[in-house]
Design a protein around this ligand. Sequence first.
Ligand code: ADE
Length: 317
Amino acid sequence: MGRDNLRPLSLKEYIGQKEIKKSLQVYLSAALTREEALDHVLLTGYPGLGKTTLAHIIAHELGSKIHITSGAALERPGDLAAILTSLEERDVLFIDEIHRLPAPVEEILYPAMEDFLLDLVVGKGPGARILRLTLPKFTLVGATTRSGLISAPLRDRFGISFKLEFYTEDELKDIVQRTASILEIPIDEEGARVIARSSRGTPRVANRLLRRVRDFAEVQGYKIINAKVATYALELMAIDTLGLGPFDRNLLRTIMEKFDGGPVGLETLATALCEDPRTLEDVYEPYLIRCGLLRRTKRGRMLTKRAYQYLGLKRSL
Ligand code: ADE
């Protein structure tokens, strides 16, 4: 039987982000030895790099319970107060997309983070009173795609801050092999490497591609995913060796053909592509920038010389 949950539970099982692992190990050991709650942790990184996985690992390594919510789900101060009052000593509260917290909610988070205090307004009008509750010492793990999106007062209240980076090809190859072994998918090292190379530096993409390649291999009757099978499956999905798919190529081609190679503003580009500007910014652009195909300038997005070379080579796809 394959294990359904692919998330590594311990730091030891977690592949990549070496520097973060090294520091986190120290902070976790220190907190555990002192029998204290770990300081609040801010995780920054593009989607799919493992922020949620790390939050789970932090809770697991501390032997604590994790409570999961997201900035968009906490619409009113009462929503956050309900969660805060349900916490137990040394629990982990994970707030994904913490940059989306509404300001009034963010404000009650400040004393909760700093002094473990919650001020509740009871009643309305002149008779309203403030009821001050003491909260158990908990650890807030906040996640955001870019640290610049959160306010300085919030950012300053995190004692620990990590920025997750894109993964190397070797790390992604190891992740593909690990996932394949949990899901009992036969794959050799070169097959895993081909998938890793097309995974945009992102474990989430690597695991998704692995499942699609497995579908292909099963339907075609291949017993094992080797380099040839993986390459063929990725070609069918129109994913190239850089990991770029049809949408990426359409994005680059749109800048070239409709905007003379740029600069073009994000909103205009998003309209031309019928895509949400935030998705463009957080999901598609970072990897294109990392590949040296796109530049963000003050006047807008621009293609690089390399992008023209790439499009020239890929025009047939
Ligand atoms: N699955 C997804 N991301 C992973 C990682 N960083 N290490 C191990 N397995 C993973």
